[in-house]
Ligand binder design. Structure first.
Ligand code: MN3
Length: 212
């Protein structure tokens, strides 16, 4: 058996839950095609490669490359995860995209940020200010039963371990450069029009939030 090291099925790129052009004019079709088919695919491939390398290391007992392999696992694993959340966090304007949160999500945002507008300003400022490649995140932290706005450099650095991402915005240049060039703030401002708050609320519920 040439490849006895693989013990689990490989990760696969999930299809977009809408057409590539569905988020126009806020996010253009070409960006979506490249972003999903090429960039996200690369993280899926990288995650599979890291897992294969780790399985091989266990099999051979040679852990000389362990630092590199664990770094690749964290980077590509987080990259894959963030993009899965990102696609589902969005919907076409008028078809679930845009508007404001309702129900428990709206109440929690009010409790933890003082209201939707202060939250938006905080999330926007944090996302626009990410140095280099990264993400803006709204995450639920079960230990504190609290929402936090966080940022990630690359895909995972600077986040709180154990917090559950509910809403993420990709601010790597590949997410916006074709249409917005260097104007990241314009992209994030337009992105609010495609946020699927129903998906965000569903994630909060699944994360086990309870208003105290
Ligand atoms: Mn990306």
């Amino acid at each position: 058996m040439a490849e006895a090291v693989a013990t689990k099925t490989k990760h696969e790129l999930p299809p977009l839950p809408y057409d590539y052009a569905a988020l126009e004019p806020h996010i253009d079709e070409q960006t979506m095609r490249l972003h999903h088919d090429k960039h996200h695919q690369a993280y899926v491939d990288g995650l599979n490669k890291a897992e294969e390398g780790l399985a091989r290391a266990r099999q051979s007992g040679d852990f000389a490359a362990i630092q590199q392999l664990e770094r690749l696992l964290a980077f590509h694993g987080s990259g894959h995860f963030n993009h899965c959340v990102f696609w589902q966090n969005m919907a076409a304007p008028g078809e679930g995209g845009g508007g404001e949160p309702a129900g428990e999500l709206a109440e929690r945002i009010k409790e933890d940020f003082g209201g939707f507008e202060p939250f938006k300003k905080h999330f926007f400022a944090a996302s626009v200010a990410v140095e280099g490649n990264g993400w803006g995140l709204l995450a639920y932290y079960p230990i504190a039963n609290r929402l936090y706005v966080q940022t990630a450099m690359n895909h995972q650095n600077l986040t709180i371990v154990g917090s559950v991402p509910l809403l993420v915005v990709d601010v790597w240049e590949h997410a916006y450069y074709l249409r917005y060039q260097n104007r990241r703030a314009d992209y994030v401002q337009a992105w609010w029009n495609v946020v699927n708050w129903t998906d965000v609320a569903r994630r909060l519920k699944r994360a086990g939030s309870s208003l105290s």
